[in-house]
Design a protein around this ligand. Structure first.
Ligand SMILES: Cc1cc2nc3c(=O)[nH]c(=O)nc-3n(C[C@H](O)[C@H](O)[C@H](O)COP(=O)(O)OP(=O)(O)OC[C@H]3O[C@@H](n4cnc5c(N)ncnc54)[C@H](O)[C@@H]3O)c2cc1C
Ligand code: SF4
Length: 298
């Protein structure tokens, strides 16, 4: 996502990007921020697994109404951003979103810091996808020491902090955005995203990024896309399974924090990731994009 957005800035197609990051003086409070340069944008790369309020996004867009913007937002914000786009209070040119299984309130981050034994006032920086792919929760202390958990280690743990609204959300693949990005869960392959162009404009962004050699694109069949994300698609369509509902009830509504079986949940997350998530990687075949991707037929 950062590669495609950077190109929009460099090619002068937008003046700035609105996305989520951290102010250096508030390293625990993610917020919507403006990036006018690729350096500023790169500093915000990485998923922030913390629910963001729409009001912060709206205020920022309206207060920068003179700028041509690309906006990155949660799928549940896309409709509101599209509304802003058609109002005279903004010059939004592109709307990017991501696949969003579920999200948490900040309390999930606070819990992980407690598990690491790091007081909040000692934290200089947090990352939710820090380190080598797929990354994980990493906290850097003010004295430079880094500690954390692998991504797979806090997936089930996060269910304790699942935001109620996210538990009922049916959106998953950046519905309504120009471009939606997700993880490519291919066994044995790392560092790959799924890119879903949802409008001719989104497709054109991908085409330009390939032409500029910022990204490589490979074909992915619809069936493989669905299989790769089946665990989340099933949950989005039908809700949690009976088993997961029980786990959720025990974790969220029943157990006090000190009784959360952290180690057990980590082991279950690892097993789930190994056996339930992802598909065997198909051969990577470069994708052919139509030359005029912005045409309605593309
Ligand atoms: C809350 C959340 C849940 C997700 N759930 C899934 C999932 O279930 N399955 C899946 O395949 N992928 C999921 N993703 C998407 C995945 O983690 C990556 O964001 C996506 O693949 C794009 O990766 P990238 O490396 O290309 O993005 P990057 O190049 O790292 O760029 C990410 C951009 O998104 C912005 N951003 C980060 N967090 C937020 C946020 N909360 N709100 C708005 N903008 C933000 C950053 O500022 C940055 O500009 C989720 C992401 C988030 C934030
Ligand atoms: S799960 Fe749904 S409601 Fe929650 S942040 Fe993602 S898109 Fe928004």
């Amino acid at each position: 996502m950062t590669a495609v957005l950077s190109l929009l800035l460099e090619q002068g197609r937008v003046d700035a990007v609105v996305s989520v990051g951290f102010d250096p003086d508030a390293p625990l409070s993610p917020r919507f921020l403006i990036s006018r340069t690729t350096e500023e944008l790169r500093a915000k790369a990485g998923s922030v697994y913390c629910h963001m309020r729409l009001s912060g996004l709206e205020q920022l867009v309206v207060s920068h109404s003179q700028l041509r913007l690309a906006v990155v937002c949660q799928p549940c914000h896309v409709a509101a951003v599209r509304k802003l786009q058609s109002s005279r209070h903004s010059h939004i040119q592109f709307v990017f979103s991501f696949f969003c299984g579920y999200n948490m309130e900040f309390e999930a981050t606070a819990y992980l810091l407690r598990r690491l034994g790091i007081p909040q006032d000692e934290v200089a920086r947090i990352e939710y996808r820090g380190g080598p792919y797929p990354g994980g929760f990493q906290a850097t202390r003010k004295d430079g020491r880094v500690s954390g958990f692998g991504k797979e280690c806090y997936e089930l743990v996060n269910l304790r902090f699942l935001r109620k609204g996210c538990g009922h959300c049916r959106l998953y693949m950046g519905e309504g955005a120009d471009l939606a990005l997700g993880d490519a869960w291919l066994r044995g392959r790392r560092n790959l995203n799924v890119a879903l162009a949802r409008t001719p404009l989104g497709l054109e962004c991908l085409r330009r990024a390939v032409q500029a050699k910022r990204i490589d694109l490979y074909r992915l069949s619809e069936q493989d896309l669905v299989l790769m994300h089946l665990h989340n698609l099933r949950y989005k369509k039908y809700g949690h399974s009976r088993f997961m509902r029980s786990v959720l009830w025990v974790l969220r509504d029943f157990l006090p924090e000190h009784l959360i079986p952290f180690g057990l949940l980590i082991s279950l997350s690892r097993l789930r990731r190994r056996f339930k998530i992802g598909i065997e990687a198909p051969e990577l075949v470069p994708a052919d994009l139509p030359t005029n991707a912005a045409s309605p037929e593309a």
